[in-house]
Write a protein that binds this ligand. Structure first.
Ligand code: AHG
Ligand code: MN
Ligand code: MN
Length: 360
């Protein structure tokens, strides 16, 4: 029996907008167009091999790489196209930027231009597509120049706290849209019968403490000392300085990890490391770290570079990478503390840990 009391995304946005009598409706129209893009991508993902969309883009020509030097999957390219086509026409956008496009995207001349910038990772976790593991889309809305001019890279280089809205869609066993418009975080589940996102997870809150962490441990030899210390202490479990056992998860779709953490707490780390000096971190500031950062903060969690709040970072480039730590507030604060404190000499020895026998 369907629950007829749930709000649709449209209803939710209209009710939110009533709090701002002067609002033009452009913002709601934009979010609804993004939601349609996400539904279209969800369908493409769901058809899998049947849709002929598995594998690498332009594989017969040797493949294509994006500006990050990463191989593009067919679905990366398609999802990017879907985001553009679903949102460019409506007159709400001044321009766009995406993981899959080297330069900012200019709204074509036949369409009116609006006041918002849309920044997105059209498909996050695309290494998981071919193996049928959850993937998602991440987006961030910023204010743009609003004068009809072409957008420049500089227009997008705004710290994360300036985001007007941020969200992600997760293409898992169910398709969900999780959204913040700066007033908490709300989760919507796609009703496959209606084709509508229904409000199923109002006012999501992240538990402040956790016993679960996520990190790609194959990079451990490249980690900086504070990250090593944190993970070592987790691994030491009940008899270590944390005096409790931890569990570990790594999906390799950051958006899916963010969702798990939003639902049950946890901490995610893709820290800056010494693996490749040209890459200060793996994930990208503008369309991965900032939108997920805003969602975390709006749900009572925290997002950080390891040293300071992510949302305070002044971006310097469209595709800038950064160390990213987010999740349950007390754990993220602890990791920040470890970065600021001088490293303890015997950090892996429980006897010298925080609750150890030899701590002075
Ligand atoms: P994308 O597919 O958009 O390039 O992002 C993948 C990211 C992120 O989702 C995930 O956490 C990380 O890459 C996984 O990296 P490793 O392969 O190093 O684990
Ligand atoms: Mn990504
Ligand atoms: Mn991507």
């Amino acid at each position: 029996m369907p629950n007829t009391n749930r709000s649709t995304l449209t209803q939710f946005l209209i009710e939110e907008r009533r709090r701002f009598p002067g609002a033009s409706g452009d913002f709601n129209a934009l979010i609804l167009d993004v939601a349609i893009a996400c539904k279209a991508i969800a369908r493409a993902v769901a058809f899998g091999e049947l849709g002929g969309m598995m594998g690498n883009h332009a594989a017969e020509a040797g493949g294509s790489v994006n500006v990050q030097g990463e191989t593009q999957k067919k679905l990366d390219v398609l999802s990017n196209e879907v985001f553009i086509r679903r949102t460019e026409w409506a007159g709400n956008l001044a321009g766009m930027a995406s993981e899959e496009m080297d330069l900012p995207y200019q709204i074509p001349g036949q369409y009116p231009r609006g006041k918002y910038l849309l920044v997105f990772d059209p498909l996050d976790g695309s290494s998981n597509i071919d193996v049928n593991v959850s993937v998602g889309s991440i987006f961030s809305v910023l204010r743009g120049p609003d004068n009809g001019a072409d957008v420049t890279e500089a227009d997008f280089l705004q710290p994360g706290r300036k985001q007007v809205a941020a969200g992600y869609a997760l293409y898992g066993p169910t398709t969900m849209l999780v959204l913040t418009v700066g007033d908490g975080v709300n989760g919507f589940t796609l009703d496959p019968n209606l084709g509508e996102f229904m409000l199923t997870h109002p006012k999501m809150q992240i538990p402040q403490d956790t016993q679960e962490f996520a990190i790609n441990a194959s990079n451990s030899r490249f980690w900086e000392a504070p990250v090593k210390r944190y993970v070592d202490e987790c691994l030491a479990g009940r008899t270590g300085p944390r005096a409790k056992d931890f569990n570990m998860r790594w999906i390799a779709s950051m958006v899916a990890e963010a969702h798990r953490i939003l639902m049950r707490g946890g901490v995610f780390m893709y820290p800056r490391d010494t693996k490749d000096a040209s890459k200060p971190g793996r994930l990208r500031l503008l369309y991965e770290a900032n939108p997920i950062g805003l969602i975390m903060e709006q749900a009572g969690g925290r997002a950080s570079t390891g040293e300071k709040p992510m949302l305070l970072v002044q971006p310097t480039a469209l595709h800038q990478r950064i160390g990213l730590v987010f999740g349950s507030k007390n754990e993220v604060e602890r990791i920040e503390r470890y970065h600021l404190e001088p490293a303890p000499k015997e950090s892996t020895n429980p006897l010298f840990g925080e609750r150890g026998l030899f701590r002075d």
